[in-house]
Design a protein around this ligand. Sequence first.
Ligand code: OXT
Ligand code: MG
Length: 568
Amino acid sequence: EAPGTEQELTDGFHLVIDALKLNGINTIYNVPGIPITDLGRMAQAAGIRVISFRHEQNAGYAAGIAGYLTKKPGVCLTVSAPGFLNGLTALAHATTNCYPMILISGSSEREIVDLQQGDYEEMDQLAIAKPLCKAAYRVLHAQDIGIGFARAIRAAVSGRPGGVYLDLPAKLFGQVMNAEAGQKSLVKVIDAAPAQIPSPASVKRALDVLKSAKRPLIILGKGAAYAQADEEIKSFVEKSGVPFLPMSMAKGLLPDTHPQCAGAARSTVLKESDVVMLIGARLNWLLSHGKGKSWGEAPKKFIQVDIEPKEMDSNVEIVAPVVGDIGSVVSAFNQAMGSSWTAPPAEWTKAVSTKREENVAKMAPKLMNNKSPMDYHGALGVLKTIIKEYPEAILVNEGANTLDLARGVIDMYRPRKRLDVGTWGVMGIGMGQAIAAALETGHPVLAVEGDSAFGFSGMEVETICRYNLPICVVIFNNDGIYRGTDVNGANSDPATTVFVKGARYDKMMEAFGGVGVNATSPDELKRAVNDAMKSGKPTLINAVIDPAAGSESGRIGNLNPQSVLQKK
Ligand code: OXT
Ligand code: MG
């Protein structure tokens, strides 16, 4: 090299940051430490939002739900072995729920790890991640960073979205290369999630089956919400005149108060329908696998719309599979239906709406009680009104009774506003999802949490205060898991499902400068939540619930195995 022509250099740190920015990824959910502390610092300096959590699992759940809300991969960045493992639950959760997410973990020296010589945080992370995600890659050379990120992004969002693992060994960050060559090595991913157009024959078959129905039903899953084809879906459902049942996170795709909504007549429509069209919903345990008691005796035909061909016939025969992305499929339906679609028999739609009105009327008086301590319905009646007044607010929800009753009681009005435990029924998503929802959407968040559920991510209230996020956490404090009334007959240890009686979770929020409120009646709860929604200040309300009000496992107590020897 001639003197005075010193070449410009770049390194692994900068190439990682440039690769993210080039692909429009502007937020990282992170817990710092060796070997990625400086990466976080430099990313922040380069204009990326680096949100620093207290535990990687919560950062991971934040990244996953960010992916769901934005259709861009949510990125979680962790340290090696233990940090990686802490993030892994969230990665597996993202894959199961079809959220696009990339878990990036720093890792230790390959040479030492592979010879198992006991390196700092030694672990073969790539091998461990592989079975739990859609794809897993390791980048060993700085010049491969561009390709590594391109593969990770494409794998996360294309086809059925999911979790991707990207392993970045510590050594990679310091590797130096020519800056221009480095820039050229980066890849801006083109058309990361290409439309998947359904075959015309499959579209016709599906509509023919739907047309032949006497008692049709449409089930909308969170895949339909993810698609962001809200207008197409709404006009399809309305044009068809078919009653629709939203799965938990599909609530609000069309308002729960829509005249065709069958949410409050769930048992009736599952049992009595003769043709069921699934749109972005899977026939897993949440739909009793499409068979058995909940589906009734009458023969049933299933139409399924899904981007993943392997989903078809997974549990029962699908007579009309339609493989494609939901936006493309539903717009093909709309086109093929033309203007001459005949609504389903009035006998059926009338029966469904009558059942719905009956159930809604039955519930209404329960929501108006002003008992103290509160029961679930009294407290939820208040929150139902608040979501009606703030339909843009995002509802995060976890627990058992707290989850199942809130799902039924709180009507949703807009798409992707209800974020909950998803396919696994996992506790711990609360604060991570609330934080990401606030950051990614700018809307206020109401997190309705069982006291047990909250415990899985409770330390992140500090994160909420640190970033001053418009999040109102309401803890349904019934002194325990399902109920606070269990007793241990054998010794002086507390029963396994009960917590400290009369705990004051609101003090946790105060410890970090947020607003804490103890609410013992629906009136007090209403005032406190309204104040929080108005002020946008980080708030935690300890809502005192009657410890005897809940039931075992909420609505899914039937899934508990029973001992024949010992009756509960
Ligand atoms: O038609 P019918 O008559 O059937 O009536 C239905 C609707 O028509 C009607 N409905 C309405 N009526 C009137 N008005 C309106 N608006 C209306 N809307 C609906 O109501 C009924 C019910 O409707 P729904 O809900 O749609 O139907 P159903 O039959 O319930 O649906 C079935 C399911 C399966 C689809 C549904 O139940 C569902 O989605 N369930 C999800 C359940 C779930 O995921 N639960 C979480 C896991 S439970 C357990 O595992 C817990 N753990 C263990 C644990 C976990 N999970 N994770 C980890 C990491 N570690 C451990 C723990 C620790 S829960 C838990 C903590 C619990 O304690 P907390 O303190 O947090 O919570 P509390 O219980 O409050 O104390
Ligand atoms: Mg509880």
